[in-house]
Ligand binder design. Sequence first.
Ligand SMILES: Cc1ncc(COP(=O)(O)O)c(C=O)c1O
Length: 376
Amino acid sequence: MSIYLDYAATAPLRPEVRALLARCYAQDWGNASSLHRDGHAARMHFEDARERVARVLGAKVEEIVFTSGATEANNLAILGWMRDQPKGSHLIVSSIEHPSGWEAAEALTHEGYQLDVAPVDALGRLDLAAFKALLRENTALVSLMAVNNEVGSTQPIGELAAAPKKWKLHVDAVQSGLTGWPNLDGIDMLSLSAHKLGGPVGSGCLFLRQGLRLAPLLIGGAQEDHRRAGTSNVIAALALAEALEVTAHQRAEEAARIGGLREKLESQISRIGGAVRLGGERSAHISSWFFDGVRAEPLLVLMDLEGISVSSGSACSSHSIEPSRVVSAMGFSSEQARGLIRFSLGHATSEKEVESVGRRIGVLVEKARRQGGTEN
Ligand SMILES: Cc1ncc(COP(=O)(O)O)c(C=O)c1O
């Protein structure tokens, strides 16, 4: 039996979502745009999902745009908003954004927009003073994640939301399942993804404040009020609604339980020579480390052989282990950034699993170190 500690990459389906999906695939397969009764039924389910998502977030129904996940939601927010602004407009993202936000922002520099990257401190938290110094008269967008996916650091979303501003604020709240989604006051756009919450991959949404216009990424259909063309994915939307509701309902209990398990794990890991834990104030589900003289790759392989699934930073880069951009941005060396090991816990993680990993991890680190790692 493998032990899965990679919830920040994706989470297993929650039982409630699995039951809903089984039901929906048997019954609710209509096209929500069709005029007949099956289409009507699908449309009712779709709008019910929208209402439920809006209720959980504290948004209006027309402010929810369903997407294929948070990569699309982040792209839509950043590219869609900026492309509707005059060329030369300015945007700011933090140095630790997920690639789906980071690369969208970088792409805009090739389209005549101006980008500044706001730094973070050694704990992976936005440097507010440095951020404020980057604001300009023509700043049109600031995009910041609420919880970083590699080290779990929480970001000062409240401060940015409360600031008097002409620019729009987009928040990537994908990893905020346990901390809670930010209050939407002062936030203009917010991205979510179902599969980090025990829903299926390929489902997410963008909260888009009423009255804001975006240049759509997908055209060729009137769905989502012309903001996102494509046949409505009714079942994905229902599964997102279910995952959000269950997450919100169980948050207090899960945050306490998972936080306790992480503490147990960390007390074991911290006994290993040369272990350095990353991040300060963090969401309860992430624990990221490097071990002096150990590269991530051999350690990941050794852990995998033992049936322990963890990852090195973001899932997308874990096939070829590049130095983590996030860890580099926090001021660590590229050797250290190559050693990032992320343990992430979730709704089905058990005490037994954590104890088992805690017992074995020291030996595995020593083995990886002996196999040869870095010079420092
Ligand atoms: C912080 C963050 N933003 C965005 C994404 C992308 O979400 P999705 O997999 O739904 O495209 C991820 C997933 O890795 C993430 O962790």
